[in-house]
Design a protein around this ligand. Structure first.
Ligand code: FAD
Length: 423
């Protein structure tokens, strides 16, 4: 059990243990067990009581995960849907959308992905050009989304698209809930340098209805900020991404292991992207590490500790008190320090691939993701400077003009920027 459990209210572990004693049956199908878990509110205990949860805070929710694991029971499904899409829906979606989507997310029946980034719009997310054009009371979307992690497993996506080219760039965006099975959606694989898989998603005249909109048309930027805040908080999460995959024999455990294997094939790089500071403790022991290397190891472990404490402050004080951007920065800084320490420990052998590959190589290739995913380090620093420290905003020549008039590096746009006159 987590150390936390020793000073947290006893009621949660006691109630849960009693419930597990009569409800956990490893011979159920995974789907049937998860329905039972969701009905009892233990799959997603941090969600509100009205929406399949128990309204627990993050610390108590972690105790629930530990208790499920201790009983050998299968817990909540891993993935973007439960940890990012669902919190976004809880914060911003209509009751109708919550009713439709939250339960299949909690049971793991429907996986989700995020369609924000584009080949020309990553940091400048508000400059995206995938367009949902109004038609017959709905919209028709066309464009190209990059970095769609897990899109091949997902049934649904959070899609950020431009619905109005005649207002400033942040004001013309709308967030949609897109079923990836819909006509006009094509998912294409992209292999990364560390062997990991991501996807591009092409949208060709995809029909969208008013019921697919999260919030109101034109509020997409603010809904996306909610999503990104949930994503950035995750950067420092230490827990295994699949919560309580179950232990021992039984159908539910077997099917959960298969689900976890599919998830791991997509997200196996995440621990490496965080620098694997956990390996440093063991690798640094003994005479192999010289004094400068031990210094690097200590430095990495200190940064890891600071990151954990910063993440803990968010868990207790809330994102209003501590910016998720600070956690994200602490996480990528830890990854870099840990990568340096791994490289020093491994020396030139760290360049070897194949059978003789060392953890240093996986870490060196994956750790760049920590400074990119969910918004780059530079963007986090801009956010902290402007929103936390209240420093003057970065000058943005394109923030107030209608987006149609903003010159970008997209040479062709079906909605066409007006020609910029020759100087
Ligand atoms: C492993 C991985 C998984 C991902 N998964 C997803 C996903 O599932 N869904 C999704 O939508 N996206 C995903 N992303 C994309 C991610 O959000 C983008 O990579 C990120 O926003 C950066 O955009 P970019 O790659 O276009 O870089 P760019 O925006 O082109 O940035 C290039 C460099 O310029 C710097 N820069 C840019 N603008 C500024 C500025 N104003 N001030 C200072 N510096 C600046 C950046 O910090 C960076 O160093 C993923 C990325 C990775 C690496």
């Amino acid at each position: 059990m987590s150390q936390l459990a020793t000073h947290l209210p006893r009621a949660v572990p006691v109630d849960l243990r009693a419930w597990l004693a009569q409800a956990w049956d490893p011979e159920l199908s995974l789907a049937a067990w998860r329905e039972r878990l969701v009905d009892a509110g233990w799959a997603t205990p941090a969600w509100p009581v009205a929406w399949h949860g128990r309204g627990l805070d993050d610390e108590l929710a972690a105790v629930v995960e530990d208790e499920l694991a201790a009983a050998g029971a299968v817990g909540a499904p891993p993935g973007f849907g439960r940890v990012v899409a669902a919190p976004t829906l809880l914060d911003r979606a209509s009751d109708e959308q919550k009713r439709r989507h939250l339960r299949p997310i909690a049971t793991g029946a429907e996986k989700w992905c995020e369609l924000f980034s584009e080949p020309g719009s990553g940091s400048d997310l508000a400059g995206l050009t995938t367009t949902a054009e109004p038609r017959d009371g709905g919209w028709v979307a066309s464009g190209r989304k990059a970095w769609a992690t897990g899109a091949h497993l997902a049934a649904w996506a959070l899609l950020l698209a431009r619905t109005d080219w005649d207002v400033p760039k942040h004001k013309g965006l709308t967030m949609f809930l897109l079923p990836l099975e819909r006509d006009g959606v094509t998912v294409l694989p992209v292999r990364l340098m560390n062997g990991a898989l991501t996807h591009e998603v092409l949208l060709d005249a995809v029909a969208l209805a008013p019921a697919d909109v999260v919030g109101a048309p034109g509020e997409g930027w603010s809904v996306a900020q909610t999503t990104l805040a949930h994503e950035r908080r995750l950067a420092a999460a230490h827990r295994a991404p699949a919560v309580a995959a179950g232990a021992g024999a039984g159908r539910a455990v077997r099917e959960a292991a298969e689900e976890f294997a599919r998830f791991s094939a997509v997200y196996a790089w995440i621990p490496d992207s965080r620098g694997r500071p956990d390996l440093l403790r063991e690798r640094g022991r003994g005479a192999r590490a010289d004094a400068p290397t031990r210094q690097l190891i200590a430095d990495a472990l200190i940064h890891e500790r600071v990151m954990t404490i910063t993440a803990g402050r968010i868990a207790t004080a809330g994102p209003q008190a501590v910016s998720p951007s600070l956690v994200k920065l602490a996480s990528s800084r830890t990854a870099r320090r840990a990568a340096d320490a791994h490289a020093a420990l491994t020396g030139a052998d760290g360049l070897l691939a194949g059978e003789r590959a060392q953890p240093a190589l996986d870490v060196a290739l994956a750790m760049h993701a920590a400074s990119l995913i969910g918004g780059t380090d530079e963007i986090q620093r801009n956010i902290v400077a402007e929103r936390v420290l209240g420093l003057p905003r970065e000058r943005q020549a394109d923030a107030s003009a209608p987006f149609r008039d903003v010159p970008t590096n997209h040479t062709e746009r079906s909605h066409g920027a007006r020609a910029v006159p020759d100087a």
